[in-house]
Design a protein. Structure first.
Length: 446
C-alpha cells in the first residue's frame, strides 16, 4: 500500500514538473516570438530610414528623422505623452516655478488642432479676450497644422515686451481673427481670497504650483480672523499642476489618514497612495467647491476627495477628465520623455480619466451682462482629445436620477437685473446662506 502511495506521489510530482516545464517553454516561446516581431519591425524601420536618406528628392537631416520618428511614436499613444528636444525640455521645467515669459494660456491638441484649454486670469491672453475652446491656427503667420505641443509653447513664449500675433478660430467666426498680444513675465498668483458675503469666505486657486499650500494657509488664516462660517473654493479653469500640491491642499480639509488619491499603472512602482497627514484646526465649516470643464488633473483630485468623503458640495459643470499621471524622464542627450504611466483614482476607487468629476449640483456658466443674451460658455474636455483611442463616449447619456440639476433659468430675470456676471458663485453663496438660516432655525427649535 505504501509503495502504491509512493508511486502516486512520484507520478504527481513528475506530472507537476512536466506542466511547469511546458508552461515555461510556452512562456519562453511567446517571449521569443514577441522579440522576433520587435526585431522585424526595427529592421523595417532601418530599411525605411536608409531608403529615405538615399532616395528622397532632397537631402535630409538624419537626426531630424530620428526625432520625428520618436515624436510620432509617442503622439500615437495619447495627448499627454511627448518627446522633448533639449530646448523644449528646459522650457517644460519652467512651468512649475510660477513665473515665465509668455501669454498666459493653457493649450493642448484637440482633433489635430492647437486648442486653448483655458486662459489664466489676469494674463495678457485673458485681457485681450482669448477664450477656452479657441483654435490657434497661426502663430505669427506660421500655420500650427501638425505642430507639436512643445513646439507651439516654444513659439508662443518669448522676451518680455515683445508682440506676437495669434490667429484664432472659434464657433461663430467665418475666418480667423487675429489677436496682437504683448508678452509679459507671467507671475501666477496661485491663491487669492476675499469675503464675498458676511461670514462667507472665497478662495480662488488658479494653479497647483510651488507654494500653493503655504498661500492657502495664509488665506485661510486671514479669512478665519474675519469670522467665516462657510468657505467657497474656486478651481474653475484651473488646469492642474503638481500632484504633491493637490495632495497638500486636500490635506487641509480631510481627517488624518484619509486616502486622498491613488495611482495605478502597469508596473508596481506606479501604484501609490497619498493620504492626509495634518488637518488644520477650526476647518469644519461647510465648503462648496466650484468646478467647470477647465478644471483638470490636480483640481479634479481635490474635488474628487472632497466629494467622496462628503466633506463639501461640488457645484458647476463636469470637469475636464484629465486623470492620468505623466512621468518626465531625462534622456542622455539633454532631451526628455514625458510618458503617461498611471491613472488617478479617487478615494472611492473611481477612475476619472475622460469622465471627470460630475458636480453634486450642476449650474451652467452663463453670461448675464445687461443687453446680452445668455450664452453658455464652451470648454473642451479630456474625452474630446483626438489621441485618446477609446473616445467613443455617449455625450447624450442622461445624468443619474438623484443628481440635482440647476441651470439657473428660474433666477434669470433677477440675475440680469442685479447684473450678476458669475452665476455659479452667486448660487454657491445662496446655498450657504440658506444652509446657515436652516441651521439657526433648527437650533432655535431644539
Amino acid at each position: 500500500m505504501k509503495n502504491k502511495d509512493g508511486r502516486r506521489r512520484r507520478w504527481s510530482t513528475m506530472f507537476l514538473i512536466l506542466c511547469i516545464t511546458l508552461l515555461t517553454a510556452i512562456g519562453v516561446a511567446d517571449k521569443n516570438a514577441a522579440q522576433d516581431k520587435t526585431y522585424e519591425k526595427l529592421k523595417i524601420f532601418t530599411d525605411v530610414l536608409k531608403l529615405v536618406e538615399t532616395n528622397y528628392v532632397e537631402e535630409v537631416d538624419v537626426d531630424e528623422l530620428y526625432d520625428g520618428a520618436i515624436w510620432g511614436m509617442l503622439r500615437n499613444l495619447d495627448a499627454h505623452s511627448s518627446y522633448m528636444l533639449p530646448d523644449a525640455y528646459k522650457e517644460m521645467q519652467v512651468d512649475t516655478k510660477g513665473s515665465f515669459g509668455g501669454l498666459g494660456i493653457e493649450i493642448t491638441i484637440k482633433d489635430n488642432k492647437l486648442t486653448v484649454v483655458s486662459p489664466i486670469e489676469g494674463t495678457p491672453a485673458y485681457e485681450v479676450g482669448i477664450q477656452a475652446g479657441d483654435w490657434i491656427v497661426k502663430v505669427d503667420g506660421e500655420s500650427t497644422k501638425d505642430m507639436s505641443l512643445m513646439d507651439a509653447v516654444k513659439k508662443i513664449r518669448g522676451p518680455q515686451g515683445t508682440e506676437i500675433v495669434i490667429s484664432i478660430m472659434r464657433k461663430g467666426l467665418t475666418k480667423p481673427k487675429d489677436f496682437t498680444i504683448v508678452r509679459e513675465i507671467i507671475k501666477i498668483k496661485n491663491v487669492s481670497h476675499e469675503m464675498v458675503d458676511e461670514g462667507i469666505g472665497y478662495i480662488r486657486i488658479r494653479q497647483f504650483q510651488e507654494r500653493s499650500d503655504d498661500e492657502l494657509d495664509k488665506a485661510l488664516a486671514e479669512l478665519r480672523a474675519e469670522g467665516i462660517y462657510a468657505l467657497i473654493l474656486d478651481v474653475r479653469n484651473n488646469p492642474g499642476g503638481l500632484l504633491d500640491m493637490a495632495v497638500a491642499v486636500s490635506d487641509r480639509f480631510l481627517d488624518e489618514g484619509k486616502l486622498i488619491v491613488s495611482t495605478k499603472g502597469r508596473i508596481a512602482n506606479q501604484n501609490k497612495e497619498f493620504k492626509a497627514r495634518i488637518r488644520l484646526k477650526n476647518n469644519d465649516y461647510p465648503i462648496i467647491v466650484l468646478v467647470n470643464s477647465g478644471s483638470a488633473s490636480a483640481s479634479e483630485i481635490l474635488a474628487g476627495a472632497i466629494q467622496d468623503y462628503k466633506r463639501g458640495v461640488i457645484l458647476g459643470t463636469p470637469t475636464f477628465g484629465k486623470g492620468s499621471v505623466q512621468t518626465v524622464i531625462p534622456l542622455s542627450d539633454g532631451s526628455g520623455l514625458r510618458l503617461t504611466t498611471a491613472y488617478y483614482y479617487t478615494p472611492n476607487g473611481t477612475n476619472i480619466h475622460t469622465k471627470g468629476i460630475t458636480p453634486d449640483i450642476i449650474v451652467e456658466a452663463q453670461s448675464v451682462e445687461p443687453g446680452k443674451d445668455k450664452e453658455k460658455l464652451h470648454f473642451i474636455r479630456e474625452k474630446d482629445l483626438r489621441q485618446f483611442k477609446n473616445n467613443k463616449i455617449n455625450d447624450s447619456e442622461p445624468p443619474p436620477d438623484d443628481l440635482e440639476i440647476d441651470t439657473g433659468e428660474e433666477a434669470e430675470s433677477l440675475e440680469q437685473k442685479a447684473e450678476i456676471k458669475d452665476v455659479q458663485l452667486h448660487r454657491a453663496i445662496q446655498i450657504l446662506k440658506a444652509n446657515r438660516i436652516l441651521d439657526t432655525m433648527a437650533a432655535a427649535n431644539q
